[in-house]
Design a protein around this ligand. Structure first.
Ligand code: THG
Length: 367
């Protein structure tokens, strides 16, 4: 088995050593970093998230910091969701598009202050994008990547764990809001957010030298609730209908195709990038839509390096973008991105490793 040689282009997370100690078995590249994606026991990782508490290293969710007099303006120019109702201390899930209306990211935007924003980004170079747009529009802002690394604590017991460390006041943090805190001199922002539907927090570490210390504090405090390491869980997020930018989207996908309609405000000013294209796409109706598929095949085989063709009467109508065995549905389920002619209830075939597997189209979310 070949290895990735040491290089300065692949950055390590402040939690890297801690994840090695935990026995991480697989990484995925993301924002020129390594994201831990398995500790070797996917069912245990899933069960902790569903019934207990899981912690995961998402330092790869890099922050793009925008500060200065035009910070709010640049944040809005990049966002097809209205940010005017966003207050300091609040986050919003925000689609970002290019001039064609194609989705280029779906960050959580955190408003730190009236003139200071973080874009907590998915896998695409938004630092370069934000800098380029700021310069071309002549905006008075500084765009940088700060020393900030999120650590997720997710699952029904996450609140108990985080409260046991920081105090019961964290229970009052509202969905997608955040607050400053410290533990043993380690500075964090505690946000009620995270890439699962099981509830929990993300701790934004703001001193990269203290990653292992923070990991160990949470690990220790979580023992009574059976905490263990995990990852943005590939099957829970499919059951729950959460989009993976870059996993479920390609270089043509617009927000309407992937169920982000409710985060798009078409009456924003014309200077918002992509908004004019989105108005046209909305009027014409998008070409494709994202739905679910349930396969009539009990094999638990998961993990596809490429999208799988979806066929109707032997003709390609789209792709299954991700899929896997669902313990809740007792079936292999997946997301499909298919022509709008394909409807809920339709019978299709999904080509996996050259073999057509029959399945049925269904609505999202699965659960
Ligand atoms: N947390 C933080 N940054 C992130 C992610 C995260 N950056 C990358 C990636 N994940 C961005 N993608 C998402 C996708 C979904 C959600 C958050 C980030 C999400 N959606 C909820 C939902 O769909 O139900 C809530 C959206 C809402 O209604 O406000 O949480 O996970 N820091």
């Amino acid at each position: 088995m070949a290895e990735i040689g040491p290089n300065t282009r692949l950055r390590t997370s402040p939690f890297y050593e801690a994840t090695l100690n935990e026995g991480v078995t697989a990484f995925s590249p993301y924002n020129r970093m390594l994201m831990p994606v398995s500790y070797g026991d996917p069912m245990a990782e899933y069960d902790r998230l569903m019934h207990g508490v899981s912690m995961w290293d998402v330092a790869v969710q890099r922050q793009v910091q925008i500060e200065g007099p035009d910070a709010a303006r640049l944040a809005q120019i990049l966002s097809v969701r209205d940010l005017s109702g966003c207050f300091p201390g609040q986050g919003k899930y925000v689609p970002m598009c290019d001039h064609r209306g194609v989705l280029i990211n779906d960050p959580v935007v955190l408003k730190i202050a009236d003139d200071l924003f973080w874009l907590s980004i998915a896998d695409n170079n938004m630092l370069m994008w934000a800098r380029g747009i700021a310069a071309e529009r002549g905006l008075n802002v500084k765009v940088s990547e700060p020393d900030v690394s999120p650590l997720a604590v997710q699952g029904p017991k996450a609140e108990d764990v985080v409260a046991s460390i920081f105090g019961d006041w964290v229970r009052t943090i509202k969905f997608f809001w955040f607050a400053d805190a410290q533990i043993d001199g380690i500075p964090v922002k505690i946000a009620r957010s995270g890439f699962s539907k099981q509830g929990g927090f993300e701790l934004y570490l703001t001193d990269g030298r203290r990653g292992v210390d923070l990991w160990n504090i949470i690990r220790e405090a979580g023992q009574p609730w059976g905490i263990g390491p995990g990852n943005p869980n590939p099957i829970e997020r499919i059951e729950s209908g959460l989009l993976s930018y870059g996993g479920d989207t390609d270089d043509m996908t617009n927000p309407f195709e992937v169920r982000l309609d409710k985060y798009v405000d078409l009456d924003l000013e014309d200077d918002v990038i992509g908004i004019k294209a989105l108005r046209r796409i909305h009027a014409d109706g998008p070409a494709r839509h994202q739905l679910g598929v349930k396969l009539d095949d009990w094999s638990t085989q998961t993990g596809h390096a490429t999208w799988c063709d979806v066929l109707v009467d032997g003709k390609k109508v789209g792709s299954m973008t991700n899929g896997g065995w669902s313990p809740q549905l007792h079936a292999v389920i997946g997301f499909v991105l298919v022509s709008r002619s394909v409807q809920i209830g339709d019978k299709v075939e999904v080509v996996r490793n050259g073999e057509p597997v029959p399945g049925t189209i269904c609505d999202l979310p699965f659960v």
